[in-house]
Write a protein of this length. Structure first.
Lengths: 502, 594
């Protein structure tokens, strides 16, 4: 019975029917709750459907019950890594490798976590071991190059990756990642033209990957256009400032901004306050969007009244409780960070009337350059990043919305500049905490100590785990001669946000 | 073929003259693998008795383990040898060679097991104790031992030994006679086998044993190195034999000894304070007895097998104590002989071919060590020349090595333990040897590996002819088949077979690696051993390229190896540890971590 149900679960999983797979798996576990095969499959289903914490709990229980299966440890290590818990991930992967040192992916995973933790020499060794098992394992080579670059050997990283980007056996996704790494190595060596070429080539290669081809770039564009059309003066004039009798200090707050604008740093700082709990990119607002229906969003918004708003708030809270589990203490106030919620501010304003919004700003030219330098996974925004010019175009559309929103939505917002946060971390942090209505706490300035152990899943996490640095400020100037059209496209925002135009 | 006492015309199947390490190794392994064979050991002394020659190489440990005696030796708590420290020549430069990286050696409780780090270590033994352990061990395995029994006469006819007249008046006959009687070699002398004596090695050795309580703190029984210190008229050895006991010896040219007009004892005591390191170590040391001496030890028998007899150990020949290789040659040539006798008894392979193989291989081992020692003395510290000379010796063994590689190979024992199928040089495999050279290299530059620079590997057997070669393994002389072209031989066996098979499947590096791993996995290699085996396969590939059996080239569209060093890191079984203070010891090869 149990075995048959488990077999069904695997078939459903292979067919991509996660719901059926989970049902069969749970049936299998009803008759044999300790069946390691079914538990592992359940963990895989949970992780594939974004419930990483649940998957993590299942696997942790399995390891506690029987620590001899290296594949369970490997799976757990991988999920911990995706949750940004790099120290635990490294421990788990190292433990799996003790008895099974021939798993290249485990060595690579270990290298990735060690790089995230700043142990670059050890990361390089772990990657080396992976490549000794599988010479063509591009992710391992990538980690080795990252370890070398971040460990102060950019020339070695460059040479290594320059060879690997030409390998025929490398997938488009991996080739794009290698090209980004190549660009970063060139950047570290001061070869900016070569770096820029590598970054743009990465964009082109990425666009040809199956993951990116699956997504329609027009979806994002059309959504922004419809929201832009809707966000006219007076569109929210009659919206109440709060659904409650008085705004509560326990209403969630939101951190938004364009990608690569410092939202991760802000999240880390805010999350270090004992009264505030951040959400690590949890897709809670998109969940509400799903409830409302994306197509009819602009017409549905005015129709959300108190009862519906409170219902959606409940859906939101329930989702967060499910996905964040133990990371969401009962007495903490939620600060929801999802950068591109910036386009969803009308929903936030309507459902969480009176909520506070922190908007991360950064010199638009640095934002464009930083986006160009990222090894993006496929999403509806990144699928539009074809080169510096197209990134600048997306930036203009999104931040154009913001400039409209801040005029018409009646938001309680504060803009925080990345540059200011870096140059005066304490002063700016005090301003942010004050804006959220909380008393200052010195724990906030110890925000870096949390890095590595929890919540570091975005591209910005790596930088945040290191001391605040200003080397990324004004980086665009080194590339200005290659960024012509992009600079022109974001010029209005440079002026609007008060950055130097020269 | 099992011979029963009733049908055999001989008193014994094997009679061994001499109960030292080579004799007991032959006896133990013959009995271990064929308990039906009747083995007699004739020993003129009553054990225990003192004997010079205390320092071993890791190759000895392998044989001890095979004999089943390693645990017994370990139980004596002899100091563990992990390397040697040399000063030599005009500049008195210090060179250290470790079998195992000293900073990684864990001082584990003893007695330990023959596993992990201990596979790469040797012992420094008190021969009185050690030789007796092995003699009793042979007895336990069923060999008959007659102590205080001297061979008074070797009876022979047309080069064949017909019997041995013993000091008790009896006569014994055997199917195989083994002369393990050491330097004086009773069969060799009785049959008038000529010997070659190298002119450059006319030396005299003088030594004594010392006790010193303070060595207990400094030296102990954990990881120790033998000290070899150059002095103006020769060199000194300092070999820890226990926590408070050492052997301290002088080696000096016989001519110098004569020219001084001093007694060996006077010369010895004049030499003790010359080297500052030794001088310091000897403060407070008390001699156990009078000094002992020996001379004219370097020689090589012209041939070492006859119709029914074999020479083994020091009866074959001896190079020089400077390499600490005597015991290694003794144990390993004895293992080879045991396997040869066992194979002859099986009758599946021609006996003449087996004897010739044993003769050629064992003589070559000793000859190469003599050449090396000759040059060692002649060069007297001209290190570069010495290494070039080593290269020529290695070439004679069919190995194309750089001067540095050849030096490391010889310094660690060379010759005696390499097996067909292992890309192994003496006690070290190719990768470890190269990494050692990197660590000690003059310019610190990594050495080139062809497998790192190329990714297309094309097997090239054009013009090669099929050959066979024997090697000792588990009581047999196994036959490895392979190819010969000019002075190069490729034995398609063991790890070379692994590489060869993979090369037949694909020319691409990543595919070759996958094939090797799949083959190993299908052969039942456990995951935790996989990397060590795979490493050997890759080293075999490297050796095949070096020897011209594989043409290597680079295709830039295919993956290449991305090793950052040729070091031992890839063999390290340790992984990243979560505790920061534990991480400093995770890299082999003596390199630190951040």
């Amino acid at each position: 019975m149990s075995q048959a149900a488990h077999a069904e679960a695997i078939r459903a999983l292979q067919g991509g029917d996660f719901r059926a797979a989970e049902q069969h798996c749970r049936t299998a576990l009803e008759s044999n709750p300790d069946d390691p095969g079914a538990l592992n499959t359940l963990a895989v289903i949970l992780s594939r459907t974004g419930r990483l914490r649940d998957a993590c709990l299942v696997l942790e229980r399995m390891v506690a019950a029987d620590g001899s299966n290296p594949l369970v440890k490997f799976n757990l290590g991988s999920i911990l890594q995706r949750l940004g818990r790099h120290r635990h991930a490294a421990e788990m992967l190292a433990s799996a490798l003790e008895t099974h040192p021939d798993i290249a992916e485990a060595h690579t995973g270990l290298a990735r976590s060690l790089n995230a933790l700043g142990h670059h020499a050890e990361a390089a060794e772990a990657a080396e071991r992976a490549l000794w098992i599988n010479a063509g394992h591009a992710p391992a080579l990538l980690e080795m190059a990252r370890a070398e670059r971040m460990g102060g050997q950019p020339a070695s990283a460059r040479d290594r990756v320059a060879g690997a980007v030409e390998w025929e056996s490398v997938s488009a996704r991996d080739r794009a990642r290698l090209l980004v790494e190549l660009g970063r190595a060139h950047d570290a060596l001061g070869a900016y033209d070569d770096a820029f070429d590598s970054f743009e080539r990465a964009c082109a290669v990425r666009a040809e990957s199956p993951e990116f081809k699956r997504l329609n770039p027009q979806v994002h564009q059309m959504l922004i256009r419809s929201l832009g059309d809707w966000a006219q003066p007076g569109c929210a004039a009659d919206w109440p400032a709060s659904w409650a009798k008085a705004p509560s200090k326990d209403d969630p707050a939101f951190i938004v901004g364009f990608l690569r604008s410092g939202t991760t740093l802000l999240e880390r700082i805010v999350g270090s306050h004992p009264r505030l709990a951040t959400t690590d990119e949890a897709l809670a607002i998109p969940k509400i969007l799903g409830e409302i229906g994306l197509k009819s969003l602009t017409t549905a918004l005015p129709q959300i009244h108190r009862i519906r708003a409170l219902e959606l708030q409940r859906v939101y809270s329930q989702f967060l409780r499910q996905t964040l589990a133990d990371d969401l203490p009962d007495d903490a106030r939620v600060v929801d960070k999802l950068a591109l919620n910036i386009i969803n501010l009308p929903i936030i304003r309507r459902v969480f009337a009176g909520s506070k919004v922190i908007v991360a700003l950064r010199d638009p030219r640095d934002v464009v350059m930083s986006c160009l330098m990222q090894p993006w996974d496929a999403n509806f925004t990144s699928v539009r990043f074809r080169d510096a010019g197209s990134i600048a175009q997306v930036y203009s559309e999104v931040m154009g919305l913001w400039t409209r929103y801040r005029e018409v939505l009646g938001l309680d917002y504060a803009e925080v500049r990345y540059e200011q946060l870096v140059s005066d971390t304490e002063g700016e942090s005090r301003r942010v905490i004050g804006f959220l209505g909380e008393a200052w706490d010195d724990d906030v300035l110890a925000y870096r100590t949390g890095a590595g152990d929890r919540m570091a899943t975005t591209p910005g996490a790596e930088a945040v785990a290191r001391p605040v640095y200003d080397s990324s400020i004004g980086r665009w100037k080194r590339y200005a001669h290659r960024m012509g059209p992009a600079i022109d496209a974001v010029a209005p925002f440079v002026a609007s946000f008060g950055y130097e135009t020269a | 073929m099992v011979i029963s006492k009733q049908t055999s015309p001989y008193d014994y199947d094997v009679v061994i003259i001499g109960g030292g390490p080579s004799g007991t190794t032959v006896a133990s392994l013959v009995r271990k693998y064929n308990p039906a064979l009747r083995v007699l050991i004739l020993e003129k002394e009553k054990f225990p008795r003192d004997h010079v020659g205390e320092s071993q190489l890791p190759g000895c440990s392998m044989v001890l383990h095979e004999m089943g005696a390693w645990d017994k030796v370990e139980a004596q708590n002899f100091p563990v040898k992990i390397g040697a420290s040399y000063t030599w020549g005009r500049d008195n430069d210090s060179w250290e060679f470790d079998f195992f990286p000293v900073d990684q050696y864990e001082d584990r409780p003893r007695p330990d097991k023959y596993q992990g780090q201990r596979l790469s270590t040797a012992f420094q033994v008190d021969r009185a104790v050690y030789d007796e352990i092995l003699l009793r061990h042979s007895e336990e395995l069923g060999a008959e031992v007659r102590e205080q029994t001297r061979v008074n006469e070797v009876m022979h006819e047309d080069g064949r030994v017909t019997g041995l007249k013993l000091s008790d008046g009896s006569t014994v006959t055997a199917k195989h006679y083994v002369d393990a009687s050491g330097h004086h070699s009773i069969i060799r002398r009785s049959l008038g086998v000529p010997v070659w004596t190298p002119k450059a090695l006319q030396n005299i050795a003088v030594w004594n044993y010392y006790q010193n309580e303070k060595w207990g703190e400094k030296i102990g029984v954990g990881a120790t190195r033998v000290q070899v210190r150059s002095i103006p008229w020769g060199w000194m050895w300092f070999i820890p034999l226990g926590p408070t006991r050492t052997s301290v010896g002088l080696v000096t040219p016989a001519e110098h000894y004569k020219s001084t007009g001093k007694t060996p004892e006077q010369l010895y005591h004049d030499s003790l304070p010359v080297d500052p390191t030794l001088r310091e170590l000897m403060v407070g040391a008390v001699a156990e007895g009078p000094v002992q001496s020996t001379k004219d030890w370097s020689f090589l028998s012209d041939y070492i097998t006859g119709p029914n007899w074999f020479l083994v150990g020091e009866a074959v020949g001896f190079a020089d104590p400077v390499l600490a290789a005597g015991m290694n040659i003794a144990h390993n040539s004895a293992k080879d002989l045991a396997c040869t006798i066992l194979e002859i008894e099986r009758g599946e392979v021609e006996a003449d071919w087996l004897k010739q193989r044993y003769n050629d291989r064992t003589r070559l081992n000793v000859k190469q060590h003599i050449q090396f020692a000759e040059f060692w003395y002649a060069a007297n510290g001209c290190f570069t020349d010495l290494r070039e000379h080593c290269q020529n010796i290695a070439k004679e063994s069919g190995l194309s090595l750089s001067p540095q590689e050849a030096w490391a190979w010889l310094s660690q024992g060379g010759f005696v333990t390499e097996l067909p199928g292992h890309a192994e040089l003496g006690s070290f495999d190719l990768g470890l040897t190269k990494s050692l050279i990197e660590l000690f290299g003059e310019d610190g530059k990594p050495l080139d590996f062809e497998i790192d620079k190329n990714n297309v590997f094309d097997l090239d057997l054009e013009g090669a002819v099929a050959v066979r070669q024997g090697y000792p393994e588990k009581g047999r002389i196994r036959i490895a088949r392979g190819f010969q072209r000019g002075d190069k031989t490729l034995l398609v066996h063991n790890f070379f077979l692994l590489a060869f098979t993979a090369l037949m499947q694909s020319k691409d590096l990543d595919k070759i690696m996958q094939h090797m791993r799949a083959t190993l996995s299908a052969s039942g290699v456990k995951p935790d051993q996989m990397n060590a085996f795979f490493h050997q396969g890759m080293m075999a590939l490297e050796a095949m390229i070096a020897e011209g059996w594989v043409k290597a080239s680079l295709d830039r569209t295919k993956p290449t190896l991305q090793r950052r060093s040729t070091g031992t890191v890839l063999l390290s079984s340790k992984e990243w540890q979560p505790h920061a203070d534990a991480r400093t010891k995770t890299v082999a090869g003596g390199k630190g971590m951040s």
